[in-house]
Design a binder for this molecule. Structure first.
Ligand code: PBG
Length: 323
């Protein structure tokens, strides 16, 4: 029956009614906070393009982790800034590397906190690319060996979940085999399955000091135009043994989060990346957007699209706002 029988505004009249029929609710337990660990002692350096986010030495990082845990946030994902970089990304799979030491410290200080690690080489190579360079391009299969070693070293140090973000073909299978052979058949893999060659990673590359010194990442990360290919990437990662899959970035790719949610019965994660965060913060600092509302609306949209897990630099303020 047409108007005036149906009046959708009836259920919007008061906050009590709106709350009763709200379809999507956020919960800090589904947030993962990305953290950047650097060498030194007492270091807490704010990242220029990512206000309220820091490069932290291990002693500062463990304090941050205690706060994250107290806020009921689902966990953290760690990125490392090594002492030095080389052609072979040796810092990435060094048993005593920056991330490996950080994991051990976090395990000691906040044993219950869920610790994920980003498995990639770009923060550790002198050229800033995600793997071994052969004939001017990243060689897939040699890079797989580095990734498998890195993942194994993270899990040995105590990581709960490893998350490969390099976009090499076959990395999930290679990491699964290495973990199983090392006796870690119970450790899950979260694959950055549909990861696009996105301009929105710009601020992160300042934070992680990982900008490529020549060329770009379009030879391995996905073309933003390709949605069907994203579904193939996800399907292959699940076949290779991924326990969870990720779409990244989040807000420009909500259609793919939604499609993935419809097609695959594994947990779907989405990464609200550095550029998404920076845009909101920059507008808010200019007085052009309300920061609190932009944060909550963007996170709600990502959840509504179908992401069960959200990696976000807003994890702390959003958790406080939900408390
Ligand atoms: C490592 C990696 C990147 C991000 C997560 N892991 C950078 C890149 O691929 O260039 C980006 C995260 C963000 O922008 O917040 N490969």
């Amino acid at each position: 029956m047409p108007f005036p029988t149906h009046r959708l505004r009836r259920l919007r009249a008061t906050e009590a009614l709106r709350s009763l029929v709200r379809e999507t609710r956020l919960d800090p337990a589904r947030f993962i906070l990305p953290l950047f660990v650097c060498p030194g002692e007492g270091v807490k350096r704010e990242i220029g393009s990512m206000p309220d986010n820091y490069q932290m030495s291990i002693d500062q990082l463990v304090k941050e982790c205690a706060e994250v845990q107290a806020l009921g946030i689902g966990g953290i994902i760690l990125f490392g800034l090594p002492e030095s970089k080389d052609e072979m990304a040796s810092g990435a799979y060094d048993e005593n590397g920056i991330v490996q030491r950080a994991i051990r410290a976090i395990r000691r200080e906040t044993p219950g906190l869920l610790v994920m690690t980003d498995v990639c080489n770009c923060e550790y190579t002198s050229h800033g690319h995600c793997g071994y360079i052969k004939d001017g391009a990243v060689d897939n299969d040699i890079t797989l060996e580095w990734l498998a070693k890195a993942a194994l070293s993270h899990v040995r140090a105590g990581a709960d979940i490893v998350a490969p973000s390099d976009m090499m073909d076959g990395r999930v299978g290679a990491i699964r085999r290495a973990l199983d052979a090392g006796g870690f058949e119970k450790t899950p893999i979260l694959a950055y399955a549909a990861k696009f060659a996105s301009v929105f990673y710009g601020p992160f590359r300042e934070a992680a000091e990982s900008a490529p010194q020549f060329g770009d990442r379009r030879g391995y990360q996905m073309d933003p135009a390709n949605g069907r290919e994203a579904m193939r990437e996800i399907e292959l990662d699940i076949e290779e043994g991924a326990d969870m899959v990720m779409v990244k970035p989040a807000m420009p790719y909500l259609d793919l989060i939604w499609q993935a949610r419809q097609r695959f019965d594994v947990p779907i994660a989405a990464y609200q990346v550095s550029g998404e965060y920076a845009m909101i913060m920059a507008a808010a600092r200019n007085g052009w957007l309300d920061q609190e509302r932009a944060m909550m609306e963007s996170l709600t949209s990502i959840a509504r699209a179908g992401a069960g897990v959200i990696l976000t630099y807003f994890a702390k303020p959003a958790a406080r706002s939900l408390a």
